[in-house]
Design a protein around this ligand. Structure first.
Ligand SMILES: [Zn+2]
Length: 202
């Protein structure tokens, strides 16, 4: 404790606060923040007013393959990749900023976030451990989250080939016309760039 600088500790607390606000689980906090478990639990209770939930982190890649989850996951991961290559910040901060940008995009579309922060972080780990990959759709050329080592040629994304029930499932929440509001994949680059220009990353 005595060797730790005060500023360093402040930074750790700030990081923990950001992560707790975004909905990070205790296991994730413990792995990313250099504070004791006791202090993290106390911080969590102060911010959320309740004890951190118990339970395991998600461990299956299948969730990311379902229709709507795949769209949201792909959008997030494209943003994350862009942020990562254009920032020299620590990975955890890139994660935080990408996730905030994702939430902004969803809000701008008057949609609801499907990918929670824990799922987003877990997905990045799946990519890092080579369990997931981005596959390029041969129809729209967009990059989408897919199982690693799937054969890439002939891949068609979930937007170009939505399941027939997808429109119905979201129909009750959307205005008439069967239009499904999906954050535009093509606008990701622009959104990220404007966030960078606006000082969102620095
Ligand atoms: Zn496509």
């Amino acid at each position: 404790m005595s060797t730790k600088s005060v500023l360093g500790e402040v930074r750790e607390v700030q990081l923990a606060i950001q992560l707790i606000h975004l909905g990070a689980r205790l296991q994730f906090l413990e792995s990313e923040v250099g504070l004791s478990r006791e202090r993290l639990i106390r911080l969590y209770k102060e911010i959320k007013g309740v004890s951190p939930p118990k339970g395991l982190l998600p461990f299956s890649t299948d969730w990311y393959m379902t229709w709507l989850a795949n769209i949201h996951s792909s959008m997030f991961y494209n943003m994350y990749q862009f942020m990562k290559t254009h920032s020299d910040e620590e990975k955890v901060w890139v994660l935080i900023k990408s996730y905030k940008l994702y939430l902004q995009q969803i809000e701008a579309q008057e949609s609801e976030p499907i990918l929670d922060f824990t799922r987003a972080c877990t997905m990045v780990r799946f990519f890092d451990s080579d369990m997931l990959q981005l596959s390029t759709c041969r129809r729209c050329a967009g990059q989408f989250v897919a199982h690693a080592h799937d054969h890439k040629s002939g891949y068609v994304c979930v937007l170009c080939r939505p399941p027939s029930r997808a429109g119905k499932a979201r129909g009750s929440k959307r205005a008439a016309g069967g239009e499904i509001s999906v954050p535009g994949m093509e606008s990701i680059g622009l959104a990220v760039e404007s966030a960078l220009d606006g000082g969102g990353l620095h």
